[in-house]
Design a protein around this ligand. Sequence first.
Ligand code: SF4
Ligand code: SF4
Length: 186
Amino acid sequence: MYGKNGLFKYFLLSFGQIFKRMDQILRELPKKAKDKQNENKKFFTKLKKRPPKNLDYIMQELHEEEFERTDCLDCANCCKTTGPLFTRADIERIAKFLRQKPQAFIEAYLRIDEDNDYVLQQVPCSFLGADNYCSIYDVRPKACREFPHTDRKKFQQISNLTLKNVAICPAAFNIVEKMKKSIGNG
Ligand code: SF4
Ligand code: SF4
């Protein structure tokens, strides 16, 4: 159906469309999250009081299902708009990878925030490439590996964090919407 060039153009068009779609999703996300804020707060208040026995299982399923559809390389919104906390172990591991002394790494990239945690000096993260790849992926901070934490155990315990994350992470937003449907909203 497509000649060689036609097929190439078709793929370019498809990739372009994926990025355009994600751009639009990310533009609309803060408002969508704000519109759902009260509903989400009520839902998490109830969830904390009476979490279903199989909540860990439900979250694992919802998380896996969502990340089969969502490719973080189309998005990288967490790396662009917020950043991880860096633990001492993160700092030592990453500094070693970059062949730097931990103190030199801290001075180059980190600052201490109001909670006394090490965070990035700036966002987007300095380790994020234009292609959305992370240049320290194999040694990235634990918080980056675990974000948006939707597959963690006892998910009800991080509801305040999740209420914030749904405005940053389209996958977290979708997972919470599905949670409400599968666990019950009212
Ligand atoms: S974790 Fe969420 S915000 Fe981060 S890149 Fe993946 S979908 Fe985007
Ligand atoms: S270290 Fe990597 S995964 Fe973490 S915020 Fe930076 S670019 Fe993203």
